[in-house]
Design a protein around this ligand. Structure first.
Ligand code: GLC
Length: 440
């Protein structure tokens, strides 16, 4: 009897133990499959110039809410060249850490092979409403490697109030800008505004200087560094002359510090009221008009000046950023859906209203709500239509090297180096690169 009870108890205990083991196993399996079925987190790498990061975060959160898929934003360097370097490292190691990359206009030919073809998620009517140059720029060997997100072009910002009080017009040529800036800077300094400069621009040795210097050279009739047929055109008289003029600005109408400035350092000086003119991208407009901005209501924007010679033509460098989906993403469909959402008309309109970033949808330039907020938008459309692309199509994967050779040479000239020898050396280096890279 005694023996029987003990046996019964151990059977009960054993079964109870077995049951809990079974329950634990079932729980673990359930947990595992829930994990497996739960959508993976999508990671997007966004820029952080001005309000870019904040706008990216709010857009990504809205998509997450709508799709139920978790997403995380990681930040990238505000220096375009450095950002390309870090992306190249990640992509070359086939890393799946980042699903969606925000890429600069010259990069499709450099890293485009690492991205999925997004042709199938760009409907024909959407495609038709985009700046055609942008779509062409993002198309590599027939593959659409990124969806246009926002477009940029170099602009001249000026102090309306100062030009008015000296009865001076918005300068049409670089020579006129030099004179106007000198005059106002001198007169204001005599009145005690000793911290006022005539002109600020980003002249650190980086991608932004490539954009500014291309504008100077092209607008003076000196070509576009490497022409569409692969010709290295930079070593010419018009380019030498305009770069000499730019070098004369350093330490006279521009602080020597500009040699270390990128976009945000430039904007900070202008927005605090310490410069008459500024070269920057459109994002600086919205911020200069913010309630707490010391120059609110005192700023005008215009196309950049040009050179004085016969074939001079006001030039704005084409910039902007696009959304690309990594080939190594573990969740390509969700990543594509995020890219499509962010590139959509309504999201681009929200970003234009909230942060002044220029949409890539042409019809938004006629949108009454947007025009009410930013009337200058109407004038920006022709600027983007005729903006000068950097020579990335023709030099393709050599672009980063070409651009860095160029900005180093220009930085050398601005720092007091000889334009003749620096442009001669640049021409020789690029010609060698051309032979190796067989451009065209
Ligand atoms: C802006 C432009 C980009 C350019 C960069 C240079 O972000 O949109 O195209 O390369 O400035 O600093």
């Amino acid at each position: 009897m005694e023996h029987g009870t003990r046996r019964l108890r151990s059977i009960i205990l054993f079964s109870a133990g077995g049951l809990s083991v079974l329950l634990a196993v079932a729980f673990a399996i359930g947990l595992f499959s829930a994990q497996k079925n739960r959508p993976r987190e999508i990671v997007i790498s966004c820029g952080a110039v001005g309000v870019e990061l904040e706008l990216c975060q709010s857009g990504v959160s809205a998509w997450s809410k709508e799709s139920g898929i978790p997403a995380r934003v990681v930040t990238a360097s505000s220096n375009s060249g450095e950002r390309l370097g870090s992306y190249q490292l990640l992509l070359a190691s086939h890393s799946s850490d980042i699903d969606v990359f925000v890429i600069d206009t010259p990069w499709p030919g450099v890293i485009g092979d690492f991205f999925l073809d997004l042709k199938d998620i760009l409907e024909p009517e959407v495609r038709e409403d985009q700046f055609s140059g942008f779509i062409e720029n993002n198309t590599v060997r027939g593959r659409l490697v990124a969806l246009p997100w926002f477009i940029d072009g170099g602009l001249l910002y000026y102090r309306k109030d100062l030009l008015e009080s000296y009865a001076l017009p918005v300068p049409q040529s670089w020579q006129e800008l030099t004179e106007t800036a000198t005059k106002i800077q001198q007169a204001e300094r005599e009145k005690g505004r000793t911290d006022l400069w005539g002109f600020v621009f980003a002249a650190r040795a980086y991608e932004g200087l490539t954009c500014a210097a291309l504008e100077w050279v092209h607008s003076a009739g000196g070509g576009s560094l490497v022409e569409k047929n692969g010709e290295v055109s930079i070593n010419n008289e018009a380019a030498r002359e305009i770069l000499k003029l730019a070098a004369s600005w350093i330490g006279t109408i521009a602080p020597r510090g500009v040699l270390g400035y990128m976009e945000e350092e430039t904007r900070t000086v202008f927005q605090s009221g310490r410069a008459v003119f500024m070269r920057n991208w459109p994002y600086a407009w919205e911020l200069s008009q913010a309630a707490e901005s010391p120059v609110k209501g005192k700023v005008g924007i215009s196309v950049l000046p040009k050179g004085l010679n016969a074939n001079a033509k006001a030039t704005s460098a084409l910039g902007g950023w696009s959304l690309a989906v990594s080939k190594f993403s573990k969740n390509p469909e969700a990543s594509k859906s995020l890219a499509k959402y962010l590139a959509s008309r309504s999201e681009q309109k929200r970003r234009a209203l909230r942060g002044g970033l220029s949409p890539t949808w042409r019809s938004l330039y006629d949108d009454s709500e947007l025009l009410l907020k930013n009337p200058a938008l109407r004038d920006l459309k022709p600027v983007y239509d005729s903006a000068l692309p950097r020579p990335s199509k023709v030099v393709a994967s050599d672009y980063n090297r070409v651009s860095s050779e160029f900005y180093e040479a220009v930085h050398g000239i601005l720092s007091g180096g000889q334009p003749d020898s620096l442009l001669g050396q640049l021409e020789a280096d690029l010609t060698l690169l051309k032979k190796k890279g067989r451009w065209q």
